[in-house]
Design a protein around this ligand. Structure first.
Ligand code: CTP
Ligand code: CA
Length: 217
């Protein structure tokens, strides 16, 4: 059946979601990337669309079908993702789920050859898309980030919420095998405190988050 609800709680709202990894090229055949299947971001985009939002999903390279009713923009690098996000504004809601590569290198034009000495890569930081939205005059009214952490999960997430001027941070324990898996254990960090959610299917995390977004707007 049709899962899109034109009269749902998010009808008339534009939601912007980032998902998946980014890839930063080293040369024409190699890249640096993060481990991310895109599943959690796609599930959130689908749940928002099912509640009536107009959804723009900016996705890095993933092997997933586009959820029903969602407008998808495919990108590769962090710079491309930042540009696609800026081009999709204004938005009422932004949920930044992408595992953006933190560093890029100046890509070589030709394939780097093996010479017996490993190349020394010079890293530069990529643009922080969530922080950019947090500072923007076109900041979405509800700005939500994710924080993938392997230790001190909630403390890092609380710091990120303030540093990036986000409303909520969904803190994500990636110390196990979450990356690419079906389930997620998250903590929702808001100005009011921290909620510990039980281990949930990524779809259920998407549903619950979309419901909370509907309540907040
Ligand atoms: N993020 C982003 N752009 C980046 C890096 C991160 O938009 N260049 C977003 C992510 O999509 C996520 C949030 O910022 O919503 C936190 O990402 P995370 O990697 O946990 O935080 P960082 O600030 O990159 O810090 P670190 O990797 O050092 O923990
Ligand atoms: Ca990071």
């Amino acid at each position: 059946g049709n899962r899109i609800a034109p009269d749902g709680p998010l009808a008339g709202k534009h939601a912007l979601v980032t998902a998946g990894p980014t890839r930063e090229p080293i040369d024409p055949v190699r890249y640096i990337a993060n481990r991310s299947s895109g599943r959690q971001g796609f599930a959130i985009a689908e749940a928002l669309a099912a509640r009536g939002a107009r959804v723009t999903l900016v996705s890095g390279p993933v092997a997933l079908p586009t959820p029903p009713g969602v407008t998808r923009v495919d990108v590769e690098t962090a710079h491309e993702m930042a540009n696609a996000v800026a081009a999709a504004l204004p938005a009422d809601i932004a949920v930044m789920v992408a595992a953006v590569a933190d560093w890029r290198v100046e890509a070589a034009e030709q394939k780097i050859k093996k010479t017996g000495t490993a190349p020394a890569l010079q890293f530069q930081e990529t643009p922080d898309i969530l922080a950019m939205l947090g500072e923007s005059p076109r900041r979405p009214r509800l700005l939500i980030g994710f924080a993938a952490e392997t230790q001190d999960i909630v403390a890092h997430a609380i710091a990120k919420r303030t540093r990036k001027n986000a409303d909520w941070i969904v803190a994500n324990d990636v110390s196990g095998d979450v990356m690419g898996g079906e389930t997620n254990r998250v903590h929702l960090v808001t100005a009011d405190g921290v909620e510990d959610w039980e281990l949930l299917d990524k779809r259920e995390v998407g549903e619950r988050l979309a419901e909370r977004i509907g309540d907040a707007l």
